[in-house]
Design a protein. Structure first.
Lengths: 200, 216
């Protein structure tokens, strides 16, 4: 048994873990109480970042404003559908923004689903729900692993996610053969995979 | 059911980033609907996107700031439908849903002896090619024109090439520089979804199809 000194609840650690934790709380307050105040906090936190993402993806200022607004409106509307217990709110919001971008900036049909829908559809025989460490912990791990990637790998991954470039355009931008771009991305992902597999 | 062949991680990452060309994205979505492993990988890759998008360095605050929670009843943003109304053993739900098809109602059109296809239209102006292909037992798959990236997802039966055998749910992810000669299973043939980020080279295809494969 732990002594009394250890009975005190651990103080929340600063940094991303706490930040994502509180974002989950905000989401669940939005979902259950329709809390205007919670929405405002979430809005202030995410809107500038989603707007920046849209600008980097090629939207002009007005469209970036509009799409950032729409992303957060979607969060408001769909908060009740999102399982905040295990999910990463950031990943969920990223996928909402990504899908809006495919639809409105790239003007293609989006085949991607929102992230909670993947999680919900992982069958239990493959991966029991309890064995899958929650996405918030995985998010923290990914964040840390990204910091350790060699610059040329993080560059390739960032050009894909943030500037929205297909592999062929990354190759053009960096004056590299397509195969080299793909292998940098594979190497980057292999390192993240390794960091995530340690969680199991 | 065990799926042995998956998309290249670089292809999955491009899908998660939302940069994979539309036809290829359709094939990845169809594979992911059948493959829990790839759904998990895509979810993990989306964590990368979240980390990069939401990284904490200072961002410029927008000048216009509307912070009121929206009133109910606003028109819903256009996002992909999330219902899974179409359940069919062989036609993956994203394809079934978007094109309103079931495996048994695919309106096959004959391309040549032992080969049928059904083209799945992409968004106007988007380059690429997405189609369902049905090949009779033992027949060679038509040359559908490389020169870009190509994904082939098996929906029924099987096919083999120099690299191995592909069965239900398997996806073959090939680059422009791969030469291969796939052959439909000698007993049951093959139905697959073929996606390419380039238009199909139809001339060669039709020419090749009018004569049965003779081993040349």
């Amino acid at each position: 048994m732990l002594g009394t000194a250890h009975d005190a609840r651990p103080r929340p650690r600063p940094g991303p873990a706490r930040q994502w934790g509180s974002m989950s709380d905000l989401l669940s307050r939005i979902a259950t109480d329709r809390s205007d105040e919670a929405f405002r906090s979430l809005f202030d936190e995410y809107r500038p970042r989603v707007r920046r993402y849209m600008l980097q993806q090629g939207a002009d200022g007005d469209l970036a404003d509009e799409l950032a607004q729409e992303t957060l409106v979607t969060v408001w509307r769909k908060a009740a559908l999102y399982s905040s217990e295990k999910g990463s709110p950031s990943a969920w919001i990223f996928t909402i923004a990504r899908n809006l971008r495919i639809d409105r900036i790239r003007r293609q049909r989006g085949w991607q689903e929102l992230t909670d829908e993947h999680a919900a559809n992982i069958p239990s025989e493959d991966e029991p729900a309890d064995s899958r460490v929650d996405q918030q912990q995985r998010q923290v791990r990914v964040q840390a692993a990204l910091r350790d990637l060699p610059p040329e790998q993080i560059e390739a991954v960032t050009l894909a996610f943030i500037e929205g470039l297909p592999h062929s355009e990354i190759a053009e931008r960096l004056s590299l053969p397509l195969g080299t771009v793909k292998s940098r991305i594979r190497l980057a992902y292999a390192k993240l995979r390794e960091a995530l597999d340690e969680l199991r | 059911m065990s799926i042995k062949n998956h998309p290249d991680p670089a292809t999955l990452l491009s899908f998660a980033a939302g940069t994979l060309p539309e036809a290829l994205a359709a094939a990845v979505a169809a594979h992911a609907a059948l493959c829990a492993e790839c759904r998990g990988e895509i979810a993990d890759m989306e964590l990368i996107g979240a980390s990069l998008m939401l990284r904490t360095e200072p961002v410029e605050r927008p000048t216009r700031s509307v912070v009121r929670a929206p009133a109910p009843g606003l028109p819903s943003p256009k996002l992909p439908a999330t219902t899974r109304d179409f359940h069919d053993d062989r036609l993956p739900s994203p394809i079934a849903r978007v094109y309103g098809l079931t495996f048994d109602t695919i309106p096959w059109k004959r391309l040549g002896p032992g080969v049928w296809h059904h083209r799945l239209p992409l968004t106007d102006g988007v380059e690429g090619d997405l189609r369902l292909l049905k090949i009779a037992a033992g027949r060679r798959m038509p040359e559908h024109g490389h020169g870009g990236s190509e994904l082939t997802l098996v929906l029924d039966g099987a096919y083999s090439d120099e690299t191995g055998t592909f069965r239900f749910g398997d996806i073959q992810d090939v680059d422009e520089d791969i030469e291969h000669t796939p052959m439909a299973d000698p007993d049951v043939g093959c139905v697959c979804l073929i996606a390419s980020d380039r238009p199909a080279r139809f001339k060669g295809l039709v020419a090749r199809l009018v004569q049965p494969w003779t081993g040349l």
